[in-house]
Design a protein around this ligand. Structure first.
Ligand code: GDP
Ligand code: MG
Length: 593
């Protein structure tokens, strides 16, 4: 396709403002799919995405409108996938900014639109859901101007649901978003925007060609990975797969090249012609690293192999997720897994539970700490609290910090500030727009991985929105808190906490465990300790009578039956020293951090 006839754009929006619905409408209006095929949302094709209304894997659809080729790039909708989002944006020249006419601008609207502006995008504001009785398009138009600083006089008023404003949006894309630039005669340079595993095609790679031409049968070099592959398919999605002979400058499409592992096709890599390579790779390549780690263990030890298989399968499609085997005295065999963030963790955990039908125990999520050892022992990265070195071998511990932007209606601001303060937050900025406050905090990521998001949502009745990015490591007064049940440390429950919050955390954990662990024939002390020092303590009182004492000595069968029943109940317990801890106790204790 001629460069001047191409438009590459993405849709940016806060969750639920109508991005997927609008994308489907654009596909439908340009004739990509029949009415019947449109029945299910096309771009969100995984169950979890649909339920949570987020997009996990970016996909691209080629649309035709009035003699132009429009490539719609769907970007992942969550901060955990920030790098993937940045590459999708780098592959476009413009964006539709979708804002809900009843909700107005939200935290993710801002985060995404600023990124889009950084990529020099032409932004077309779309005020969506104007069919709603609560819609206030003029107020939202003003908000876009005041809060974001964009000219919204040309904003398209639309209802993706009722099909209002769709043609106007398509026209605006053609008229307002610039055509891509590129040199067809230069050596091939294409950006790897996304990759995923398809059971029929193998690894599918989404690319944006910058210069040159990408052809079927071409030998290409992946410049960052340093590997070569033979391109065996070139094509695009309409959204159905269509094979093409080649992709020229400015075009977006996919290739396959008999690649087995997505880890070999890293987002941000540059593809070039092996015979006539480009002098240098495209800027901005970044290797994404997991930032949150936790242990995943099967509730039923017999499910371990099944868990290994399921995890390996998920990993086929997600190179940013890592795992290695882990053993725990309390939980048996499992895996230590790394994720890009908490939502990423939840998605994987949920897919394992739902798609692979596994019952799992997740240990407390932990961030990656940097520990400087004494006596020139060097620096180590700590992924698992259980591996914490002896305190006298530690010269300094650093933890990752984030900058969080929270957008919240005025009336909930006080409780939000308190929450951030309780989590060691440092307030950086506070501004008001309309009835809402925008507050910026620096927070240790460690304090955010424990239920921060849930607390934020419940405090604000769901009205607060939240966005964050990492800002580097800072020294922290951090200690390992162990939990001892009947004087034995339970490794799965140990965690790294700030010294100042250790006591509150420890007390909370002991209180919960007291309710979660059933009574035994003897007294069970539950303690939280730092090193040898106990900082919190609870005691589970002993059972007064044996259950069988109810049966008057003589009735042997009844007594036996009761004992058998007791035994069955024990199957789902973990024997811990002389104490049986039910799986549910671990799950509940860990869930609440
Ligand atoms: P996304 O999270 O931005 O992809 O949002 P979705 O497209 O999944 O839409 C979120 C919800 O808003 C869904 O229940 C849609 O049916 C609804 N929705 C989307 N567009 C409109 C609209 O124009 N009007 C109304 N009333 N609802 C809409
Ligand atoms: Mg969506």
């Amino acid at each position: 396709t001629e460069l001047s006839k191409i438009r590459n754009f993405s849709i940016i929006a806060h969750i639920d403002h109508g991005k997927s619905t609008l994308a489907d409408r654009l596909i439908q209006r340009t004739g990509g799919l029949s009415e019947r095929e449109m029945s299910a949302q096309v771009l969100d094709n995984m169950d979890i995405e649909k339920e949570r209304g987020i997009t996990i894997k970016a996909q691209t659809v080629r649309l035709e409108w009035k003699g132009h080729v429009l490539n719609l790039m769907d970007t992942p909708g969550h901060v955990d996938f920030a790098y993937e989002v940045s590459r999708s944006l780098a592959a476009c020249e413009g964006a539709l900014l979708v804002v809900d006419a009843a909700q107005g601008v939200e935290a993710q609207t801002l985060a995404n639109v600023y990124q889009s502006i950084e990529h020099d995008h032409e932004i077309v504001p779309v005020i969506n859901k104007i069919d709603l009785p609560a819609a206030e398009p003029e107020k939202v138009r003003k908000e876009i101007e005041d809060v974001i600083g964009l000219d919204a006089s040309g904003a398209v008023l639309a209802s993706a649901k009722s099909g209002i404003g769709i043609e106007e949006i398509l026209d605006a894309i053609v008229e307002r978003i610039p055509a891509p630039r590129g040199d067809a005669t230069a050596p091939l340079k294409a950006m790897l925007v996304d990759s995923w595993y398809d059971p029929y095609l193998g690894v599918v790679i989404l690319v944006r060609v910058i210069d040159g031409t990408l052809k079927k049968g071409q030998q290409v070099t992946f410049m960052q990975a340093g590997t070569q592959h033979l391109v065996d398919r070139v094509g695009c999605f309409r959204p159905k797969i269509e094979q093409l002979a080649d992709l020229g400058p400015g075009e977006i499409g996919f290739i396959t090249a008999q690649i087995k592992d997505v880890a070999q096709a890293r987002v941000g890599d540059t593809l070039t012609d092996a015979k006539r390579p480009a002098a240098e790779a495209l800027p901005g390549f970044k290797e994404v690293q997991p930032v949150v780690f936790c242990g995943l263990f099967p509730v039923d030890a017999n499910d371990f192999e099944k868990l290994r298989e399921s995890i390996s399968k998920l990993r086929l499609n997600d190179a940013s997720f890592s795992f290695e085997m882990e053993t725990s005295a309390a939980l048996g065999f499992g895996f230590r897994c790394g994720f890009l963030g908490l939502l990423h963790l939840e998605i994987i955990q949920e897919r394992l539970t739902r798609e692979y039908d596994l019952d799992l125990i997740t240990t407390a999520p932990s961030v990656v700490y940097e520990i400087e050892l004494t006596h020139d022992g060097g620096m180590i990265e700590l992924h698992n609290p259980a591996d914490m070195p002896d305190p006298n071998k530690i010269a300094m511990i650093s933890e990752p910090w984030i900058e969080a932007t929270i957008y919240v209606p005025d009336e909930y601001l006080g409780s939000i500030l308190k929450l951030c303060q309780d989590r060691r937050g440092i307030q950086k900025n506070l501004t008001y727009v309309g009835g809402r406050a925008q507050v910026t905090y620096e927070l240790p990521l460690n304090e955010v991985v424990f239920d921060f998001y849930d607390r934020l949502k419940s405090i604000s009745r769901g009205y607060a929105s939240f966005d964050y990015h990492q800002i580097g490591y800072r020294e922290g007064d951090l200690v390992k808190m162990s939990i001892l049940v009947n004087n034995e440390p339970v490794d799965a429950l140990s965690m790294i906490v700030h010294r100042g919050t250790a006591e509150t955390r420890g007390r909370g954990m002991c209180e919960r465990l007291k309710d979660l662990i059933p009574r035994h024939m003897f007294k069970i002390p539950i303690q939280a300790a730092i090193g040898g020092k106990v900082i919190a303590r609870e005691t589970i009182a002993a059972l007064r009578k044996d259950v069988t004492a109810k049966c008057y000595g003589g009735d042997a069968t009844r007594k036996r039956k009761l004992l058998e029943k007791q035994k069955e109940g024990k199957k789902r317990m973990r024997e811990y020293g002389s104490v049986s801890i039910p799986q549910e106790a671990f799950i509940a204790a860990l869930r609440m951090g």
